[in-house]
Ligand binder design. Structure first.
Ligand code: FMN
Length: 206
């Protein structure tokens, strides 16, 4: 079967870099932070995921040291807001590179809701929000062990908000929360088929 192969350091040879389309769909961490002087920031990060569940820990990665990293470092806190279909356009607007001090909340027409444990506000009306305490901030290394200008911010989830509207019989219902995922290029995904599969049991296969 014919295939293509490329080494990223030497170029992909395609009209557009396929890397992010290959590692897709990715959840979007919509990160709100507060600086030491009280400035509020909100921006989406699709280099985002949960990395542990006991304790629950999430991580986002910033290409360059953006305000979200600086603010999270200054105060040791961030909030990861959930992006449902209803939040998609405001999330996208909030990725605009505003000057520091301009709150993306107001420009994207969003209402702030107070958190319980951390100081940054969360996005009112979002299906969920994770209040996080920063555990580690570190640069991504390259294969030679050198620091790159990509910054990993890990945070332990210390509080979880769930919208009642996203719950069904005590389950967080993705059919109601309608998550928006980041794909490659300019693409986003939403609406997918959910299939419950029982855990495998019986004799272990060789
Ligand atoms: C859906 C989406 C996902 C994004 N993911 C990332 C990401 O993972 N890392 C990153 O550095 N920038 C990402 N960006 C760009 C940032 O949101 C953008 O640079 C923003 O202005 C950063 O804001 P800040 O400097 O206030 O933190 C993303 C943008 C969009 C629209």
């Amino acid at each position: 079967m014919s295939e293509r192969f490329y080494e990223p350091a030497k170029g992909h040879g395609l009209p557009h870099n396929p890397f992010k389309a290959i590692v897709a769909p990715r959840p979007i961490g919509w990160i709100s932070t507060r600086s030491a002087s009280g400035a509020i920031n909100l921006a989406p990060y699709s280099f985002f995921n949960a990395v542990a569940d006991n304790p629950p820990v999430v991580m986002f990665s910033s290409t360059g040291r953006k305000d979200s990293v600086t603010f999270a470092e200054e105060t040791g806190e961030f909030v990861c807001n959930y992006v449902g279909e209803a939040q998609r356009d405001a999330m996208h607007q909030s990725s605009f590179a505003y000057p520091r001090g301009v709150s993306e909340f107001s420009d994207a027409g969003l209402e702030e809701a107070q958190c319980r444990i951390v100081k940054p506000p969360r996005v009112a009306g979002a299906p969920a929000a994770l209040e996080c305490a920063v555990t580690v901030i570190m640069p991504v290394k390259d294969r030679g062990g050198a620091d790159t200008d990509n910054w990993l911010v890990f945070g332990e989830v210390v509080g979880v908000h769930l919208s009642e509207a996203a719950l069904t019989d005590g389950y967080f219902d993705l059919a109601k929360a309608k998550p928006v995922a980041r794909l490659g290029y300019l693409d986003y995904g939403s609406g997918f088929t959910i299939t419950a599969i029982a855990r495998p049991n019986g004799p272990r296969k060789a």
